[in-house]
Write a protein that binds this ligand. Structure first.
Ligand code: NAD
Ligand code: TYD
Length: 351
């Protein structure tokens, strides 16, 4: 059991980080949480507005690649635990600009590792560096089989390659310098606060605006979807009770082809918007495939379920319904995002 006092969470203004931060700040009033986030296009302080004035929370706007800043945070806040989520996280953007992914995901992670090593090397006792990663490092599955913790790495996009590289560096710091670490690799998340460049929020937004739903290729790609709060609960369990030096796979036991998921989303949206049945699915438009598109991801999470007694708690249809409700009730959040830079990205990606 780790009971760290002063925890640095990186990227907690982003989608998953915001849910992790909220859970931790409220559940552990005797620990202090420092959020280091650069507030890139994907970071948004509105995501964590409800906890911003908590006594055990501090926000620092800055770059995980800034060695001087990161070193000073470790010193000033006596950091004894790290939960590292900050990253460039979107595959399509990585295809356009791989270097940005190497910069943040690889160099940024190594910079954090250096700071942790330097601050902790005289006494690693009770310290922990938790690196949050993705199932995409394992590559692409055929029709059968699941990714386990021992599946060989086979990243196939610039995004997954940068995450795989960062995972390797974390293990290398454990092996070479004795840095205490834990890694988790999770499947696709969905839920409130996800930036609308990812499939589910993009399509919710487009249905509201009656815009085309751009399905890549034949739509027969499979993903294993997990409600974001279940991911946050798993991260809490692994950070506090996971075994040092171990890897845990996290997944929803919930595989959907994109096209089946999109039809379910369309049905739910028709009901919620009071539109005629079938009107949202008429927006489906098959477009050019993503280059190097991974066919199928699916996770075997039995290690996490058996060792740490974790289980997904939110059924997919219920989670999707809650997610849609959140986006419909928070149109202002979306409007703030869909101005400016996002419009430019959308135009470039979808024409
Ligand atoms: P996100 O893109 O929504 O948020 C990333 C956050 O990191 C943002 O707040 C951004 O401002 C911040 N950030 C980016 N570059 C930074 C830098 N240089 N310095 C400091 N902060 C920086 O991402 P997400 O979907 O919440 O993913 C979080 C983590 O979880 C990532 O490491 C990602 O690889 C991993 N992950 C995501 C999923 C998923 O489905 N979204 C699944 C598995 C793992
Ligand atoms: P995404 O949300 O980008 O997650 P990832 O690529 O990390 O799995 O995409 C989920 C799936 O949806 C993936 O197979 C690509 C597909 N997709 C589309 O068909 N159209 C889109 O506009 C987007 C963004 C994704």
């Amino acid at each position: 059991m780790h009971s760290n006092k002063n925890i640095l969470i990186t990227g907690a203004a982003g989608f998953i980080g915001s849910h992790v931060l909220r859970l931790m700040v409220l559940k552990y009033p005797n620990s202090n949480f420092v959020n280091l986030d650069l507030l890139t296009y994907a970071g948004n302080l509105e995501n964590i507005k409800d906890v911003e004035s908590a006594a055990n929370y501090t926000f620092i706007k800055g770059d995980i690649c800034d060695a001087v800043l990161v070193k000073s945070i470790f010193e000033e806040h006596q950091i004894d635990g790290v939960i590292h989520l900050a990253a460039e996280s979107h595959v399509d953007r990585s295809i356009e600009d791989p270097l940005a992914f190497i910069q943040t995901n690889v160099l940024g992670t190594v910079n954090l590792l250096n700071a942790a090593k330097q601050a902790w090397q005289n006494n690693y006792e009770g310290k922990l560096f938790y690196h949050v990663s993705t199932d995409e490092v394992y590559g692409s599955l055929g029709k059968t089989g699941l990714f386990t913790e021992t599946t060989s790495y086979d990243p196939r996009s610039p995004y997954s390659s940068s995450k795989a590289s960062s995972d390797h560096f974390v293990r290398a710091y454990g092996n070479t310098y004795g840095l205490p670490f834990v890694i988790s690799n999770c499947s696709n998340n969905y839920g409130p606060n996800q930036f609308p460049e990812k499939l589910i929020p993009l399509f919710i937004n487009n249905i509201v605006e009656e815009k085309a739903l751009p399905v890549y290729g034949d739509g027969q790609y499979t993903r294993d979807w997990l409600y974001v709060i279940d991911h946050a609960i798993a991260i809490d369990a692994i950070f506090h009770n996971g075994s040092e030096g171990e890897t845990y796979n996290i997944g929803g036991l919930n595989e959907w082809t994109n096209i089946d998921l999109i039809h379910l989303l369309c049905e739910l949206m028709d009901e919620k918007l009071g539109r005629e049945k079938g009107s949202s699915s008429r927006l489906i438009s098959y477009v050019k495939d993503r280059p190097g598109h991974d066919k199928r991801y699916a996770i075997d999470a039995s290690k996490l379920c058996d060792e740490l007694k974790w289980q997904p708690t939110v059924d997919f249809k219920e989670g999707l319904s809650k997610t849609i409700d959140w986006y419909l009730d928070n149109s202002e959040w979306l409007e703030h995002l869909t101005s400016g830079a996002y419009k430019e990205y959308y135009q470039k990606q979808y024409g």
